[in-house]
Design a protein around this ligand. Structure first.
Ligand SMILES: Cc1cc2nc3c(=O)[nH]c(=O)nc-3n(C[C@H](O)[C@H](O)[C@H](O)COP(=O)(O)OP(=O)(O)OC[C@H]3O[C@@H](n4cnc5c(N)ncnc54)[C@H](O)[C@@H]3O)c2cc1C
Length: 305
């Protein structure tokens, strides 16, 4: 076998796992389809992450620290997009679009992707007013009206960023109370302090259509008193995540998250799952790092070293 363990995904869960496996003396490889860091690379101000000296820190800083620690520990970054996983004599075979690798164990850390709104023609507005990164394009909506769809952590985090740029931030939420954690709510409330008119919350409402010829010009909001047209320059969908588990063939729950036992072992022998791709993930970076530590321990036990 070439590798003791291969970790699929260089998000924070994958890098934490890989670092701890390599530090335990295991020959460890990682496979990443895009760029290291995963979901948090576009976040400028992290919440619930213990920054040094209490200063806010960015997702790309955290990702850079973890990739450096993994490399220093001896992790080999192989690259490629994982497309399949199978048992092989003495271990596992991981297929990627850049070739196949043999490993005694595989840790799936392929995370999750943003869930689309699920409305007709949505994809036509990508890069034309439909955005998943307020930190990246906030300056482009300076003085404009924008809409964030959702009521959880990422919706309020995006709205807080947009508060610095937009004239009005509309938050369209299908529920009648926000689901975000207290720390994220505090960030959100601070962002609109002294500017209450800059925030308009549409409770028990959904966005059913996006309108505009060259880009986003308006959304149709369905609420308790019927449908209304809301003129906006940009739409930020934050309606949850879809686990990137389809390529694995492993057992999942109804949401597509990989089912694991309390050692993070998945349904195929020698395979473990960590972070946002697994059912029961706590949702924060510190949960992803804790998963990494546990998975590394489980891999060591499985390999009896
Ligand atoms: C908008 C937003 C803001 C957030 N802000 C915070 C915050 O402030 N504080 C906090 O604690 N948490 C925050 N989180 C949660 C945090 O991002 C997640 O808990 C964490 O990123 C999960 O890490 P992960 O490694 O499991 O997955 P991901 O970050 O999704 O990483 C998975 C990696 O796997 C790669 N990959 C996927 N499929 C394949 C494949 N087939 N082959 C190879 N590679 C693949 C991806 O490219 C990606 O790099 C936020 C989440 C979102 C969406």
């Amino acid at each position: 076998m070439s590798f003791d363990v291969i970790v699929v995904g260089e998000g924070i869960a994958g890098l934490a796992t890989a670092r701890d496996c390599a530090r335990a003396g295991l020959r460890t490889g990682t496979v990443e389809q895009l760029m290291f860091g995963g979901l948090v690379t576009s976040i400028n101000e992290l919440v619930d992450w213990p920054a040094e000296g209490g200063d806010p820190c960015s997702g790309s800083d955290v990702a850079t620290n973890w990739i450096t620690e993994a490399a220093d520990a001896g992790v080999e970054s192989l690259g490629g997009c994982a497309i399949g996983l199978a048992s092989a004599p003495g271990g596992l075979l991981l297929h990627t679009d850049a070739g196949s690798h043999e490993a005694r164990c595989v840790v799936v850390a392929s995370g999750a992707s943003r869930r689309p709104l699920g409305i007709a023609g949505e994809e036509d507005y990508a890069e034309r007013g439909l955005s998943h990164c307020a930190d990246c394009d906030g300056p482009l909506v300076k003085g404009a009206d924008v809409v964030v769809v959702g009521g959880g952590d990422s919706a309020l985090q995006e709205a807080a960023v947009l508060a610095h740029y937009a004239r009005t931030v509309h938050v369209v939420h299908r529920g009648s109370a926000f689901r975000a954690r207290p720390s994220v709510r505090a960030l959100f409330e601070r962002a609109f302090e002294g500017r209450p008119d800059a925030l308009q919350v549409h409770w028990q409402s959904t966005v059913s259509a996006i309108e505009g010829a060259g880009g986003v010009e308006a959304v149709i909001v369905d609420g308790p008193s019927g449908a209304s047209r809301l003129p906006v320059r940009a739409v930020y969908p934050c309606v949850g995540l879809v686990p990137n588990s389809g390529w694995t063939g492993l057992a999942t729950d109804a949401q597509g998250a990989i089912v694991t036992d309390d050692r993070l072992a998945a349904s195929l022998s020698g395979v473990f799952a960590v972070g946002a791709v697994r059912a029961g993930h706590g949702g924060r970076l510190i949960d992803a790092v804790a998963d990494g530590a546990l998975a590394a321990k489980s891999v060591k036990e499985a390999l009896q070293c």
